[in-house]
Design a protein around this ligand. Sequence first.
Ligand code: ADE
Length: 243
Amino acid sequence: MRIDVLTIFPDYLAPLELSLPGKARAKGLLDLRVHDLRQWTHDRHRTVDDTPYGGGAGMVMRPEPWGAAFDALLEAPEGARPTIVFTTPSGAPFTQEVARELAGRERLVFACGRYEGIDQRVLDHAASVGEVREISLGDYVLNGGEVAALAITEAVVRLLPGFMGNPESLAEESHEDGLLEYPVYTKPAAWRGHEVPPVLLSGDHASIAAWRREQAVRRTAERRPDLVHASVLLDDLEVRLVQ
Ligand code: ADE
């Protein structure tokens, strides 16, 4: 997978050199390049923003540097059609399902907006050269899209085939089956007066699986009732019926 990140704060993306994405790059699964949008400005002040047409507070990112950046990065006609991700609080929510979708793309370009956002014509233009996705990290406002691009990249890259040593660990994670993950324990069996639930020490795999499932459903119902779909309840009923 090739990922390009366009930002006016390239240093924000430095953590991508570390840890998980760093490992993917070392394994040759990921070609990641971070670009300073200001390299595509031509005035002395390297201006990327201006006042909004129609008035109002704040500044809007001008279209020209974005257009020049897309021209420079996306000109090769033989390359895969890119998916251009605009990180914005007015985008669709980022979920594990979206991460899985993006992990199937060959080419991602992150456009990190700042200020009050990017001139809409940049998005309209981007839609003529690639697939446009406007994605929000959550219902809160960050200073810019860099942290969102970082989070999305990390969630996507760990799903790339060949990245995880043990792909089974992916299947058991929170959100993969529509539920939050059950609580986990390791040694010692008793610690500061807290015991590991006895079923986990029983060696009875069916009982352990049933206990974990119940814990996951209970946790999800308490913390994220919005995630408890009818299908989950139905699955749960079927699990109980076959026992
Ligand atoms: N930029 C500012 N806030 C954001 C958010 N919540 N998600 C994605 N990009 C953003």
